[in-house]
Each structure stands twice: as structure tokens, then as C-alpha cells.
Design a protein around this ligand. Structure first.
Ligand code: SF4
Length: 71
């Protein structure tokens, strides 16, 4: 399933600094697969899109969890 944030997500649009070599794999896995497991999606859904850190990658689940737990 396509993530509803695809068009504006800076990760999907390759606008993040230091894009990992595995970015395309992550896009398939999260953005075009199970976005409910994506760290960026989690934060956007729980706290709002403006609260998603610019440097948060989809696989940084623990970081997302800390952010959402504290809010
Ligand atoms: S990185 Fe996450 S929030 Fe962004 S498009 Fe992919 S699944 Fe959606």
C-alpha cells in the first residue's frame, strides 16, 4: 500500500541529507509497503507532520517511539 505522505515526504522525495545507500530498499519496504512500521509515519500520525524531525529515517523506530512516548 502506498503511504499517504509519499508526495510530500522528504525521505521519499530524496530531500534528506545523508541518504542511506539502502534508501531504495526502505522505500519499497515502508513507503510502498507497510508504512505503519515507518518511524516518520508514526510520528506524523501521532504528533502531526510538523513534528517529524528532518533527520528521522524510516527505520529509526526506537527514536520515533521515544518522541511519541514523551508527548
Ligand atoms: S518515509 Fe515513511 S512517511 Fe515518508 S513516504 Fe515513506 S512510509 Fe511514508
Amino acid at each position: 500500500m502506498e503511504c499517504p505522505f509519499l508526495k510530500t515526504c522528504i525521505f521519499f522525495q530524496d530531500r534528506m541529507n545523508n541518504m542511506p545507500a539502502t534508501a531504495n530498499v526502505m522505500k519499497k519496504r515502508y513507503c510502498l509497503g507497510d508504512n505503519s512500521q515507518c518511524a516518520r509515519f508514526m510520528v506524523a500520525q501521532r504528533l502531526g507532520r510538523d513534528k517529524v524531525p528532518t533527520d528521522l529515517f524510516p527505520n529509526q523506530y526506537d527514536k520515533a517511539k521515544k518522541l511519541t512516548d514523551n508527548n
